[in-house]
Design a protein around this ligand. Structure first.
Ligand SMILES: Nc1ncnc2c1ncn2[C@@H]1O[C@H](COP(=O)(O)OP(=O)(O)O)[C@@H](O)[C@H]1O
Ligand SMILES: [Mg+2]
Length: 261
């Protein structure tokens, strides 16, 4: 007997199913084994934005590309700021509320899946993104109400992803006086206490970033130049100035090691 084939009666569906709210949890807390990955995601975005700013020749008159991280365990805040190209006002809302569609795919940039900026949603009560591109006169600001997000995720009501975003996201603009010419920053407020409060623990953070972030070698490390030149020959030597509460972070290698029992 001939196998039963559906081919001839196949039709396209008339309306797609719902993209449900749980997608946001899958893309934030559920996606990362180590919560410190939040910082890696934001540093990656900053590094991409610094590259873009360099290509646009935005660093003039002595300004240098830099990524700054500020954590305050008393205020329970963490800020990741860069003086990269930022997001222009005209593209702001769309760029930062789109999910899983990155314009970086196929470029030299590190990101490409369009979801990294959600990493912090599960670990704070409010997540704020602020930015200004060089041609804008205003700062664009987006608030994500993560506390409300958590409530809505627990709520049995079947909201769609779109409804959730409408409910938890707010946009605000204000004059750029006193802000840098071009920048992007992510501010996490009421950061969760996780294990030894690692998300705001400068020792844990420094050690993590020294290992995963594209930072330079210690200037005093004797092999720094040789290794750098070798990596440069393979086009993988790029590094960025990254500070944590004002202190520059370097790769962990040094000339001497303390021997401990
Ligand atoms: N620090 C930043 N500076 C400028 N633009 C940013 C920054 N962080 C995020 N963006 C914008 O938001 C988009 C989405 O970021 P993300 O969710 O991490 O996805 P991806 O990096 O894969 O594109 C980026 O492609 C970029 O346009
Ligand atoms: Mg990214």
């Amino acid at each position: 007997m001939a196998p039963y084939l559906l081919t001839e009666s196949r039709t396209k569906i008339s309306a797609p199913g719902v993209v449900g709210k749980d997608i946001l949890e899958l893309l934030s807390s559920a996606m990362y084994v180590d919560p410190l990955s939040i910082f890696r995601e934001y540093i990656q975005n900053s590094a991409d934005a610094l590259d873009e700013a360099m290509e646009l020749r935005l660093y003039r008159n002595g300004s240098q590309p830099v990524i700054e991280i500020m954590v305050d365990p008393l205020a329970r805040t963490a800020i990741i700021r860069d003086n990269g190209a930022g997001v222009p006002r005209s593209a702001f809302a769309r760029t930062l509320t789109s999910i899983g569609g990155s314009r970086k795919r196929g470029t030299k940039a590190r990101g490409f899946r369009g979801v990294g900026r959600f990493a912090g949603l599960g670990y704070c009560q409010t997540l704020i993104m602020r930015t200004k591109s060089v041609d804008d006169t205003q700062v664009s600001c987006m608030h994500w109400d993560c506390k409300r997000l958590k409530e809505l995720l627990r709520d049995p009501a079947d909201l769609s992803l779109y409804q959730i975003i409408q409910e938890i996201v707010e946009i605000e603009r204000f004059p750029a006086d006193g802000f840098p010419r071009h920048f992007f920053e992510v501010e996490m407020r009421n950061v969760m206490r996780y294990k030894n409060d690692m998300l705001l623990n400068t020792i844990a953070l420094e050690s993590y970033m020294a290992q995963v972030a594209p930072v330079p070698f210690y200037p005093s490390f004797l092999f720094a130049k040789d290794i750098h030149n070798f990596l440069a020959g393979h086009n993988i030597a790029k590094n960025y100035t990254l500070t944590l509460n004002g202190k520059p972070i370097f790769r962990p290698y040094d000339n001497t090691y303390e021997a401990r029992p």
